[in-house]
Ligand binder design. Structure first.
Ligand SMILES: Nc1nc2c(ncn2[C@@H]2O[C@H](COP(=O)(O)OP(=O)(O)OP(=O)(O)O)[C@@H](O)[C@H]2O)c(=O)[nH]1
Ligand SMILES: [Mg+2]
Length: 660
């Protein structure tokens, strides 16, 4: 394998981004054209825009989670930062990364490192809320062209402070009930705690610019004290990388991290990676390469067994040698380090899955677009056919008949406008039902359904029977989703009935789009429920007796549930828009048609020969619709062809078992 300045993952992410940009370009071409032809209703327009936005800015988070000193930061350096020719994230023996560190890119902010002081833990706001308050973060500017300055600034994530036991307790780093986890007291009676609560790194690194967000986390104790990491940040990552070290094996605390943060994680097998790092500690000149390979394979198998995974799911590598090999341009060492195998697996699983998801969304979208357009085509053709018939009937007729015809059209239009009242009535029922959905998914509904649970959590002291209260709280939330589902069904059948009526009465082609599927939100809630379950065990009795802990837990929980309900609400809103904008579009078409008919009659009244000219025009317009249809289909086919072109190749399965 040849030396690569950019990693395998980088190359594939680059291709994936190019694919996204290209898809966005095709989609823009299609939607611009559709808009010009007045074939796009408001709702579809909104969906197209949001997909465009997603294609442009969608983030992809990879979280590195493990006990301290397993090599998280070193692997991040090897995979993402080797091109700087040195270590960028601090990686050293003992506890190094002291606060969760997010690396990403935001064009609106200059390259910098932002740090949230640990004291913010004394205040009730959730991390999510602190993100909205930039002035509370300490900012350090970064010079991305100077690797030394960069690495120097990054050292900040390792900073600690000496505080009294009292302060440490308040900050969540000292627990009288778990003395073995407490930091040692120095001769001045102080203990060491992290200086920062969270770090955000903003830099225009090529991978970050393409939407990658890397989350580096500190070892066990520091994560445990920040429930938001467990409830929100890690579960929402597209991939989690769990790291073990060959020289320490699988320790009890490794297992705790695995159980609490990774194994319960949603997103299927593809989203979890298990790395056995530091295999270079087994590279021993006294043993033959075969012996070493066999030993590594054995350790992978053992690890897989303990974690209850298939043997080939543990990737053996040496982050340190991988970084060194890239910096030196040593291809043989790089291959031996096993890092490229990990990069390929990551690229394939993460990017492949994401690309598939975008492709599916796009497929559904174009389906919807073409469906809507076909309905408009049908309606336009029908209007034209009717008008042609009307005009043919006027052939050879005198002025009086023509005048009567005009009067009839005007009367028809007036009646149509009056009929608008029926349509309004349909809308008001619809709106009423929707209002119920909105109140079910609103914040006060969540508070109500979780009242018992939040009260129990906030009660001082040991909590008894919390597990049951917890389960009840989530059952309530799922009940709400169930009620929303029932209302959706009700709205859908109401709409179906009235659309049918309107179609018959006015020759419209309205069709009810299926309501958003609530199962997804059900599944999201279940994932949240699972992610917090670990806190309710007997082993956590003491933690749960601490008000500052339960307060954080409660807030993190509420924030996450609120986000899920808000997403559901957004979907229902869009669905609502789909029926109202269909109706609007067809009403508009019909009004156009009336105007065209009246105009034609006026022309015919004014000059002989106009009648045949207008009939010929109608023929032409009708043919034009055929041309539009063909054009639309060809634009769609081009888009689909491109979308299906996958940019991410599959890794050979055998590669996943690294050769030493
Ligand atoms: N021999 C060897 N040492 C490694 C390897 N990867 C990391 N290390 C060393 O292990 C130590 C810990 O690595 P880090 O990357 O700081 O570990 P971490 O998981 O980020 O640890 P915390 O930040 O403390 O949570 C450092 O001294 C690294 O140089 C490896 O592949 N081989
Ligand atoms: Mg680290």
């Amino acid at each position: 394998m040849e030396h690569q300045a950019v990693s395998e993952f980088g190359a594939q992410l680059g291709e994936h981004s190019a694919w996204r940009r290209e898809v966005a370009r095709y989609l823009r071409g299609l939607s611009d054209w559709m808009r010009e032809q007045e074939l796009l209703d408001d709702e579809t327009e909104e969906r197209v825009q949001s997909l465009q936005e997603k294609l442009r800015t969608d983030k992809l988070m990879v979280a590195f989670v493990a006990e301290f000193s397993r090599g998280k930061s070193e692997l991040i350096n090897a995979v993402f930062f080797a091109s700087y020719g040195r270590r960028i994230m601090p990686a050293s023996a003992g506890r190094t990364t002291m606060c969760p560190t997010e690396l990403g890119y935001d064009a609106a902010v200059p390259p910098c490192l932002r740090l949230l002081p640990i004291e913010t833990r004394l205040q009730p706001q959730a991390l999510l809320e602190w993100r909205q308050v930039p002035e509370k973060w300490v900012r350090v500017d970064l010079d991305v062209n100077d690797p030394r300055q960069l690495a120097g600034a990054m050292e900040k994530v390792s900073e600690t402070r000496q505080v009294t036991v009292e302060e440490a307790r308040a900050l969540g780093f000292w627990h009288d009930d778990a003395p073995e986890d407490n930091p040692p007291i120095d001769e001045w009676g102080k203990v060491e705690v992290p200086h920062w609560r969270h770090a955000l790194i903003n830099m225009a690194h090529p991978l970050l610019k393409q939407g990658l967000v890397v989350l580096d986390t500190p070892g066990l104790n520091a994560i445990g004290a920040e429930p938001e990491l467990t409830v929100s940040l890690i579960p929402q990552a597209q991939a989690a990388v769990f790291i073990l070290a060959a020289d320490t094996g699988v320790t009890k605390s490794d297992l705790t991290v695995w159980r609490e943060h990774i194994s319960a994680m949603d997103g299927g097998e593809g989203a979890k990676f298990v790395v056995l790092n530091k295999v270079d500690t087994l590279w021993d000149d006294m043993n033959s390469p075969e012996q070493i390979a066999a030993q590594i394979e054995r350790q992978c198998a053992q690890t897989a067994h303990i974690l209850d995974l298939a043997d080939d799911q543990v990737i053996a590598l040496s982050a340190q040698k991988g970084l060194l090999a890239k910096v030196r341009g040593d291809a043989a060492l790089l291959a031996r380090s096993g890092v490229p195998v990990f990069e390929r697996a990551l690229a394939h699983q993460v990017l492949g899955a994401r690309q598939q998801m975008l492709a599916d969304t796009l497929q559904a979208m174009t389906h919807r677009i073409s469906d809507g357009a076909q309905r408009v085509f049908v309606m336009r053709r029908r209007e034209m056919a009717e008008q042609e018939l009307e005009l043919r009937g006027l052939r050879g007729k005198n002025h009086k008949v023509i005048r009567q015809m005009r009067a009839r059209i005007v009367a028809e239009k007036a009646e149509f406008d009056r009929g608008g009242a029926t349509i309004l009535a349909v809308r008001s029922v619809h709106v009423k039902l929707l209002r119920e959905v909105f109140s079910l998914l609103g914040a006060s509904s969540i508070n109500r359904e979780l009242k018992e649970l939040t009260t129990a959590l906030r009660e001082p002291g040991i909590k008894v029977g919390l597990g049951k209260t917890y389960a009840r709280g989530f059952a309530n939330l799922r009940g709400v989703i169930g009620r929303v589902r029932a209302l959706e069904t009700e709205i859908e059948s109401m709409l179906r009935g009235s659309f049918q009526q309107i179609n018959v009465n006015y020759g419209f082609t309205l069709r009810v789009t299926p309501p958003p599927d609530m199962n997804r939100f059900d599944a999201d809630l279940q994932a949240v429920e699972r992610s917090l379950l670990q806190y309710l065990g007997v082993g956590n009795m003491m933690k749960l007796a601490r008000p500052e802990f339960t307060e954080k837990l409660t807030r993190a929980l509420l924030a996450r549930v609120r986000a899920i309900f808000e997403t559901a609400l957004g979907e229902v809103e869009l669905w609502n828009k789909s029926s109202s904008s269909q109706l609007d579009a067809q009403l508009r078409e019909r009004r156009h048609a009336f105007t065209r008919r009246v105009d034609a009659i006026l022309r015919i009244q004014n000059a002989a020969g106009e009648l045949d000219a207008r009939i010929a025009e109608l023929r032409e317009e009708n043919d034009q619709i055929g041309v539009q249809q063909t054009r639309m289909e060809s634009l769609m086919t081009r888009l689909h062809k491109f979308v299906q072109q996958s940019s991410v190749p599959a890794p050979a399965n055998a590669e996943l078992v690294a050769a030493a």
